[in-house]
Every structure is written in structure tokens, then in C-alpha cells.
Design a protein around this ligand. Structure first.
Ligand code: ADP
Ligand code: MG
Length: 256
């Protein structure tokens, strides 16, 4: 594809700088993410990966720089703002209420209700069927149980619930995943990578933060490398290799 026939990026971050008091976490970072693409973000601890995506998801506000969504400048003053515009995240910690069952987690804070003789009550039946439907239709996942506390599910299934909650929002266009496989065994990791592929095929822009270059090379289309708060390179996964990406992560002078 020539430069001109490339679709426009769905997300453009430009000149993003973030300072926490005297600490510069990010310095003049640009990032593009495309619909139907998995963009990996890699870098050592402290390189600014989490801060960058927290800015994209409205958790932090940049000290300097702009975010464009479909070419339109956006300003998120909260994570809820970003969700409204179709950008959500699934964190390693998952933020699930472990003692509640999967449908309760799916609809936490957004419970479906129905009216019986003028009284509003929870529509547990519909929350259950919607949970089942989203898991199956969007993620191809069937849970062991919809009635048991979420803590009784495997790590991979818990993650599916967290992802289902994000994709239930019809307008979701960008899904950020921060270290989704860090706590998973090999089998569950493979399932999660398949899930990421499924979401990409549905046209989402998936942004994957990962320490595992194996995962990154298996599932991503492009890799954005952060080092000491700066983007030190973006490569096409198909044109690159672990060695090159490691060199960027560590820095040429250290690698030499
Ligand atoms: N809330 C914060 N307050 C102060 N410093 C922070 C805060 N969050 C991150 N930092 C600093 O910003 C830098 C980047 O951190 P982070 O984005 O978490 O990196 P990564 O996710 O790549 O490990 C680090 O030096 C970290 O200590
Ligand atoms: Mg981090």
C-alpha cells in the first residue's frame, strides 16, 4: 500500500508530554492506532507505557499534546469521557467484583431493569442472557458457570468477562489491554491472543501493552517502542524481529 492509500489513523496522539511534579513520564510522544489493527506498546519498566495509555483512556490528562479521534481533537477529562467516545481499557487487575457472578460484573453500575406494576426491579434474566450472548457472539467464549462468583473462574475466563464488559458498549472502537497475559499460563495465554485477534477482525483498534515479545510477535501488526518516556521507534511486526525490537527497548548504545 502506498502512503496515500493508507486509511487515516483512528487514534492520533501528538506531542504528548506528561510530568508528575519533577518527573517527566512522557516526553513528546506520537502514537497512531488504526481500526482493525493490533498495535503493541513495548518498553522497559518506567518507559511510560501505562502513562501513555492512561492519557488515551482519560485517566490522566497530558501536560502537553493533543489526541485526535477520527481526525477530531478530543479532550478527555475522565475515563468515563473516553468510554463515551468509544475508548476503553482492560487492566491486568481486571477490576472485577470477585464475589459477584459474571452477569453482575458485566452490568456493574449499568444494571438492566424492568418495570413490574410500576416498580423498577433488576432484570436478572436479561442481564444473564445478554452476558451469554456477548461472550458467545463477540468473543466465542462459553463460561463454565454464569451463576458462580467470578473468582471461581479461570484467569482467562475472568478476562473474557472484563473484555465482554468493554465490548458491550456498542460504540467501542479502541480497546487497550495492559499486560493481559502476565498472570496467565500458556494455554490461557493462547486463548487470550486468539481473543485479541477476534476483536481486531471485528474492526476494533486493539492496543496491547506487553512484556512478552513472543505474544507481541504473534498477534500485533505494528510495535511502538517506548524508552525512557520517549517513542524510540515504530516497526511493522512482519518486517521486524525480536532482535531489532529488543535493541530499541534497550537502546543502541547499551546493546552495542
Ligand atoms: N502517578 C505518578 N506519579 C509520579 N510518577 C509517576 C506516576 N505514574 C508514573 N510515574 C513515573 O513515570 C514513569 C513512567 O511510568 P509508567 O508509565 O508506569 O511506565 P511503564 O508502564 O512503562 O512501566 C516512571 O518513572 C514512573 O515512576
Ligand atoms: Mg505499566
Amino acid at each position: 500500500m502506498t502512503e496515500n492509500s493508507m486509511p487515516a489513523p483512528l487514534v492520533k496522539m501528538r506531542g504528548i508530554t506528561k510530568r508528575f511534579g519533577g518527573v517527566t513520564a512522557l516526553s513528546n510522544v506520537d502514537l497512531d492506532a488504526y481500526a482493525g489493527e493490533v498495535l503493541a506498546i513495548v518498553g522497559d519498566n518506567g518507559a511510560g507505557k501505562s502513562t501513555l495509555i492512561k492519557i488515551l483512556t482519560g485517566v490522566y490528562q497530558p501536560t502537553e499534546g493533543d489526541i485526535f479521534l477520527d481526525g477530531e481533537k478530543v479532550d478527555f477529562s475522565s475515563h468515563a469521557d473516553a468510554i463515551t467516545r468509544g475508548i476503553d481499557a482492560v487492566y491486568q487487575t481486571l477490576a472485577l467484583a470477585d464475589h459477584l457472578d459474571p452477569p453482575a460484573n458485566m452490568f456493574l453500575g449499568n444494571e438492566l431493569t424492568r418495570s413490574v406494576l410500576g416498580v423498577t426491579i433488576l432484570d436478572n434474566k436479561r442481564m444473564r442472557s445478554e452476558t451469554e450472548r456477548v461472550l458467545m457472539e463477540r468473543l466465542g467464549v462459553t463460561l463454565k458457570s454464569l451463576d458462580a462468583p467470578t473468582e471461581s473462574l479461570s484467569g482467562g475466563q475472568r478476562q473474557a468477562v472484563a473484555i465482554a464488559r468493554a465490548v458491550y458498549h456498542e460504540g467501542l472502537r479502541v480497546l487497550v489491554m495492559d499486560e493481559p497475559t502476565a498472570a496467565l499460563g500458556p494455554q490461557e495465554t493462547a486463548r487470550t491472543l486468539k481473543l485479541i485477534q477476534t476483536l481486531k477482525d471485528q474492526g476494533l483498534a486493539v492496543i496491547l501493552i506487553s512484556h512478552s515479545l513472543d505474544d507481541v510477535f504473534e498477534v500485533s501488526d505494528r510495535v511502538h517502542v517506548q524508552r525512557r518516556g520517549q517513542c524510540v521507534g515504530t516497526v511493522r511486526t512482519a518486517d521486524s524481529n525480536t532482535q531489532e525490537v529488543l535493541g530499541l527497548i534497550v537502546g543502541a548504545e547499551e546493546a552495542a
